[in-house]
Design a protein around this ligand. Sequence first.
Ligand code: NAP
Ligand code: MG
Length: 484
Amino acid sequence: MGTATQQKTYLNYINGEWKSSSSNKDQASTNPANPEEEVGYYQLSSKEDVNNAVLAAAAAKKQWSKTAAPERGALLHKAADILENNVDDIAETMTREMGKTLPEAKGETMRGVAILRYYAGEGMRKTGDVIPSTDKDALMFTKRASLGVVGVITPWNFPAAIPVWKIAPALVYGNTVVFKPAQDAAITAAKIVECLAEAGLPKGVLNFVTGSGSVVGQGITDHPQVDGITFTGSEEIGRGIGQSALARGAKYQLEMGGKNPVIVADDADLDLAVSATISGGLKSTGQKCTATSRVIIQEGIYETFKEKLLAEVKKITVGDGLKQDSWMGPCANKSQFQTVADYIKKGKKEGAELIYGGKVLEDEKGYFVTPAVFDNVTSEMTIAQEEIFGPVLALMKVSSLDEALEVANDVPFGLSASIFTTNIQRSLQFIDEMDAGLVRINAESAGVELQAPFGGMKRSSSHSREQGEAAIEFFTSIKTVFMK
Ligand code: NAP
Ligand code: MG
C-alpha cells in the first residue's frame, strides 16, 4: 500500500525504535478538504505490536519512576523547544490531515509547547504534605507514587493539545506511556512523538502504536500490564473503555462529549454574545468538545439577537483550511460529514426551522458544509439533545433566566456552558445552578486554559479532571507514610 507512493510512511515507536507493524500493513491518512490527497501512511498495528509496546513500557517503568522528577521535567523542557521549532510543519500537517484552519492548528501546536513547559515545571514542585500524627515520636507524611504504565487514547479533534496534555503529566509524574492516537490524526501524532523522542527519553518510556480503535485501543485497554487508561473521545467508546478497565481493576479517566449551551440574557452585550457564539460554535467547524451548540435566548431580545447573529454567520467563508481566506474548514472525515447532514435532516423533520446554511459545497470534493442555524428549537428535539460535533447552532427561546437554566441543564452532558449578562446576580445564579465542569461568564463556551482543571460533569466525564494541578490525581496515587 504505502510503498507505491512518494508520501512518507510513519512507523510505530516501540522501546526506543521506529518499527513497522508486525502485520506489515499500513493505511493512508487523507485530507478532508480533498480526500484524494494522501497526507502520509501510518501503521495498521496488531495486538502483537500493542503487546510489545506495553512490555517495553512495563520494563522501563521502575527506572523512570526512580529518575529524579526535575530530570524528567528537563526532558519535557527539551521536547517543548523541539516542538516549538517544528510548529509550522506540524500545524500544516494537522490542517491537511483533519481540516482545521492553519491559524487554529498553529495555535493548538503552540498550546502543546506551553503544556510541555507547564508540566516540565511540575517536576520541581512539591508532591506531598507533612501531617501531624497523634504519636509525638512519629513523622507522618504523604508522597506520590507513579501509576505505572499508562495507556493514552485520543481523538482527532485536538491532535496536538490532547495527546500532550495527557503524555506530559504522565511522564513528569514518573509513568511510562503507550500512546494510540485517532487514525484520522495519526500523522500529526507521529510528528509529535518524533519531537518527544528527539528530546532523549530513555527507551521504553514513551511508546507509540497506530491503528484501529477496536484492535489497538481495545488491546491497550485490556492488557493486564496497563495500569491506567486516559481516554478522550465519544461517550459510547468511553463507556466501553471504562467498563473494560473496571473489570480488571485498572484506573481510568474518561473525557467525553458535550452539548454545550450559551445563555443570552436580555441585559447582555449582544455584539459580544454574537461574536462569542460564532467563535464558540463554529470555529474548528464545531468539532470541539466544548463547542457551543445550543443558544438559549430570552424572548425580549430573541429577534434582535437572531438578526445580528445571522448577519455575522453569513459572512463566514468555508474552504480549505490552508487558504488564508477560509474562516472555517471541512468536517474532519466522511462519517462526521454524513453525521452533520443526518442531524440537519432530523432537525427539519422534527419541526425546527433551518434559517441559514447546512448546505454541502457541491463544487468541492472535500467534506464542506456551510454553518447551519436552526430557529424554533425545543428541548425535546434530537438536535437539542445529542452531540452533533459539527457547525450547527440551535436557537431556543425562553422567557426567564430560571427557564434558561432549566433548558440548559436538560441534557445528559455537562462539559461547558456560557452566559452573557451584565447582571452580577444572574451571573452568580448561573455559576451555582449550571451543571457543567466549565462555566464561563461573558466568554465563549470553548475556552480552556492549560493551568486550570478541565473536565465535565454528568455523562461528559468519569468525574476526574485533567490539566493544571488536577492532573496529578489521575497519574499518581497517594501513599501515606508513618515513620517512627
Ligand atoms: P472516538 O470515536 O470515541 O475515538 C476516540 C479514540 O478512541 C480514537 O483513538 C479511536 O480510535 C479510539 N477507539 C475507538 N474504539 C475503541 C475501542 N473499542 N477501544 C479503545 N479505543 C477505541 O472519538 P472521536 O470521533 O475521535 O472524537 C470526537 C469525540 O471526542 C466527541 O464526542 C468529542 O466530544 C469528544 N471529545 C471530548 C473532549 C473532552 O475533553 N471532553 C475533547 C475532545 C473531544 P480510531 O478512531 O482511530 O479507530
Ligand atoms: Mg484525515
